[in-house]
Design a binder for this molecule. Structure first.
Ligand code: ZN
Length: 268
C-alpha cells in the first residue's frame, strides 16, 4: 500500500550509473514509500546534462513518481575531472535558471594527498556564483568544517543552504545553523556506534534538520551489501523518530518543509 507520508530526499545521485537499469523502479518505490520530492546534486560538468534531462523527463508528471529537482556544482572529490572552463559553463546554466541550488560543492580533506588549496579556490568561486545568483548551496565537508565555516563567514551568503551528511561537532552544527544552514542526516545515524551524530539528531532543533540518503552511497545498517536507494529516506525517518520524542509524521512534515524552505519551493 502506498504511504501517505510526505518525505523529501534532499541528497540523491539518481543520475549515477549505479541506477542504470532500475532507475524507474527506484523512483516508483521511493514514491510508494512516501518520498514525493528528491534533490539531485550535480558533481561534474560532464554529468550535468544527464541530470537535467532526468529532472525534465515527462514521467515526472505521472502521479506515481517523485518530483526531481536539479542542483549543479563541481564536487571536491572529482578535482581531476574539473577544467577551468567548467566554471563558465556553470555560470551560463545559472543565468539560464537551470538549477535550484549550487552543489554539490565543498572541501574534502579526508582524501589522501588532496590539493586543499585547489579545493578551496574552486569552492570560493562557486560560493561567489551562489551569492551572485542568490541561490542556496549544497555542501560536502569532510575533515574541513572549521575552514568551511571561516570561508562562509567571510563570503556571507544570503540564502544559506544544506550541509549534507553532516559530520561535525555540536558547536559547529550551531554555527552552521546561525549562518542559515540546515544539516542533512542519512544512513550513518542508523549505526549505533555513531553516538555523537545520533545525539545531535536527538537534540538539534527540528527546524534545522533535513533527511537524505546520498544514494547510491551511504547504505543504512542492515543493507550494507547493496546500493542505497531513495526509498530508504523512510527508514532514516524511522531512526530519527526513535531518537527524538516526536511522532514520525511531525518529523516528516517539518523536515520536508525545511528542505522546501531552503530551496525556495512552495510548502516551505
Ligand atoms: Zn553527494
Amino acid at each position: 500500500m502506498e504511504s501517505d507520508l510526505d518525505l523529501f530526499d534532499s541528497h540523491c545521485h539518481l543520475d549515477f550509473d549505479a541506477f542504470d537499469g532500475w532507475r524507474d523502479q527506484a523512483m516508483r518505490n521511493a514514491r510508494s514509500a512516501g518520498i514525493r520530492q528528491i534533490l539531485l546534486p550535480g558533481v561534474t560538468a560532464q554529468h550535468w546534462p544527464r541530470l537535467l534531462q532526468l529532472c525534465q523527463r515527462p514521467s515526472q508528471t505521472v502521479a506515481n513518481y517523485p518530483l526531481l529537482y536539479p542542483a549543479l556544482g563541481l564536487h571536491p572529490c572529482f578535482m581531476t575531472e574539473h577544467r577551468p572552463e567548467h566554471l563558465g559553463l556553470l555560470q551560463q546554466r545559472l543565468v539560464a535558471g537551470e538549477a535550484l541550488a549550487v552543489g554539490e560543492i565543498g572541501l574534502d580533506f579526508f582524501i589522501p594527498d588532496c590539493d586543499a588549496q585547489a579545493q578551496q579556490q574552486l569552492l570560493e568561486q562557486q560560493l561567489l556564483l551562489a551569492r551572485q545568483f542568490d541561490l542556496p548551496v549544497l555542501l560536502h565537508v569532510r575533515k574541513a568544517h572549521d575552514q568551511m565555516l571561516k570561508t562562509l563567514r567571510r563570503l556571507k551568503l544570503r540564502r544559506g543552504g544544506i550541509v549534507h551528511a553532516f559530520s561535525g561537532s555540536e558547536q559547529q552544527a550551531h554555527i552552521y545553523i546561525d549562518l542559515g544552514f540546515r544539516l542533512g542526516f542519512g544512513g550513518v545515524i542508523s549505526y549505533e556506534r555513531a553516538t555523537r551524530l545520533r545525539h545531535l539528531v536527538a537534540t538539534l532543533p527540528l527546524e534545522s534538520l533535513v533527511l537524505e540518503t546520498d544514494s547510491p552511497d551511504m547504505p543504512l545498517s542492515g543493507w550494507r551489501d547493496e546500493p542505497n536507494r531513495p526509498e530508504r529516506v523512510a527508514d532514516v525517518l524511522g531512526v530519527v523518530a526513535q531518537l527524538r520524542a516526536e511522532p514520525a509524521r511531525q518529523i516528516a512534515r517539518q523536515t520536508t518543509n525545511n528542505a522546501c524552505a531552503v530551496l525556495g519551493l512552495a510548502g516551505g
